[in-house]
Design a protein around this ligand. Structure first.
Ligand SMILES: Cc1cc2nc3c(=O)[nH]c(=O)nc-3n(C[C@H](O)[C@H](O)[C@H](O)COP(=O)(O)OP(=O)(O)OC[C@H]3O[C@@H](n4cnc5c(N)ncnc54)[C@H](O)[C@@H]3O)c2cc1C
Ligand code: SF4
Length: 440
């Protein structure tokens, strides 16, 4: 039975979606930073995809040098504040902390990171200035973490950078996807504004780049970075007809993130999938006031792709898992009224339906969290750009240069869907690749 009431006001939404990693105050940060053992060859640094010098920034916090700590963080990761809150730290930096071997709580690296960067943002401390213009222009497609990180680094190297973004706000899935109990929209936008004020790159909103625009960009810019992320939800079977209460997870989460109070899923929600997005969608449905949220996955619980802590978060708000259950059809005429499933078993590593084991679960809404499609149609418009067999852009490892030398790419469009920190790391590294290419 769900424990949340449907939020009707901004305050109620804030309560239902209260932050799981709230901001530390100065004394908490001082105490936590004093627990760090400042390991030589610190394993947390190796575990961070952006390689932040974690022991250094923690020592700086401990020495009350919060500005220095923020600079250490941003020098490696332009999404320092967002990552402190949204990174799966349990399997990255904090998961590698040596305290785990001593049966003690790991250092709260993510929260310390957000403490230092929030302080710098709130005080509007200038940490960077763009280099004098070098006369070269780079276009970036997509203002997600990959695109913005790339823009920051290029500005630091003296490039004039223009980002073209299809949506009306920056930050990609950090804003339109990440669960509201991890970070608020205000905080995400605050960080982009903080970066833009220092680096000066320009973002053109509501500008979806199409084949015509590509021609223009190729003519007017010396290099182009593709930070376009992924596409819409990929449904596991063709829908005979569209039903308003059968929805893709990324689409419904976007709706919820853009307008907190208008998403109504009803009392009984079925979420189909076993990845992190499925966990988020299920948690969010429960926090929106659904009384029964069922998470249905076609394999066993142990085979779910989601991190264990994400499933724990969903269970903590009343989500019930149904495993080895494969959806067969949506029942209903104009609206989904139930989903018919069949039980499955694993035979030689393959999921097989068990004959005669069909069952139905009634619902007011069905959310498919079964992966996002790739933007293959758009990418195929770029001459000589090669994709792998899954539709991911092929790039050279160190430079992120694609098979069309003018184009570089990073983030979800290259890795097929990872985390904000991976996109931020790729964007920065690709900027260095672009620099090498343009000064060669
Ligand atoms: C529901 C959900 C929850 C998530 N939760 C977390 C989490 O808790 N922690 C975490 O670290 N990661 C999380 N992620 C993953 C993370 O958000 C992504 O890995 C990251 O945002 C990828 O960054 P990106 O810059 O590659 O792409 P995106 O963030 O997708 O940004 C791509 C941008 O390009 C724009 N674009 C696309 N095509 C065009 C075009 N033709 N012209 C102009 N603009 C275009 C898009 O509008 C978008 O703004 C989540 C993802 C989802 C879907
Ligand atoms: S960016 Fe993420 S993984 Fe890296 S130190 Fe910060 S919280 Fe940990």
């Amino acid at each position: 039975m769900g424990e949340y009431k449907k939020p009707k006001t901004a305050e109620e939404f804030e309560q239902n979606f209260s932050q799981i990693k709230p901001l530390m105050d100065a004394s908490m940060a001082y105490y936590e930073s004093s627990r760090c053992l400042f390991c030589y060859d610190a394993p947390c640094v190796t575990a961070c995809p952006t390689g932040i010098d974690i022991p250094l920034f923690i020592r700086q916090i401990n020495n009350k040098n919060t500005k220095g700590a923020a600079k250490t963080i941003y020098d490696s990761n332009y999404f320092g504040n967002a990552c402190g809150k949204v990174c799966p730290t349990e399997v990255l930096c904090e998961g590698a902390c040596v305290y785990n071997h001593r049966d003690a709580k790991p250092i709260e690296i993510g929260r310390l990171q957000s403490y230092a960067t929030q302080d710098a943002m709130q005080k509007e401390i200038t940490l960077y200035q763009p280099a004098p213009a070098n006369g070269k222009k780079v276009a970036i497609i997509g203002a997600g973490p990959a695109g913005i990180a790339c823009a920051c680094e290029l500005s630091l190297l003296g490039y004039e950078v223009h980002i073209f973004e299809a949506k009306s706000q920056p930050s990609g899935l950090t804003l339109y996807g990440v669960a509201p109990y991890k970070i608020t929209n205000e905080e995400i936008l605050q960080e982009v504004e903080y970066l833009q004020n220092q680096f000066g790159f320009k973002i053109c909103f509501n500008e979806r780049v199409d084949s015509e625009k590509l021609v223009e960009l190729e003519k007017n810019y010396q290099a182009i970075f593709l930070g376009i992320g992924l596409g819409k939800t990929r449904f596991p079977f063709p829908m005979e007809k569209e039903m308003p209460n059968v929805i893709g997870a990324t689409e419904i989460i976007e709706q919820l993130k853009v307008n907190h109070l208008t998403t109504n899923l009803g009392d009984q929600v079925i979420v189909i999938g076993g990845g992190n997005t499925a966990m988020d969608a299920a948690s969010e449905a429960a926090r929106l006031g659904a009384k029964h949220v069922t998470l249905a996955y076609r394999r066993s619980k142990e085979e779910m792709g989601a991190y264990e802590f994400e499933y724990d978060l969903a269970k903590a708000v009343g989500v019930q898992g149904v495993f080895n259950a494969q959806p067969l059809e949506i029942i209903g005429t104009d609206q989904a009224e139930a989903v018919r499933f069949v039980r499955t078993e694993l035979v030689d590593g393959n999921v097989r339906p068990i004959e005669g084991s069909e069952f139905t679960i009634a619902c007011d809404a069905v959310i498919f969290a079964t992966g996002q499609s790739k933007q293959v149609d758009f990418l195929n418009k770029i001459k000589d750009l090669e994709l792998d067999d899954k539709g991911k852009i092929k790039v050279k490892e160190a430079s992120f240069q694609t098979t069309n030398p003018m184009y570089f790419a990073g983030g979800d469009a290259v890795n097929g869907g990872a985390e904000v920190v991976n996109a931020a790391a790729d964007g920065k590294q690709a900027a260095l690749g672009i620099h090498d290419f343009l000064i060669a």
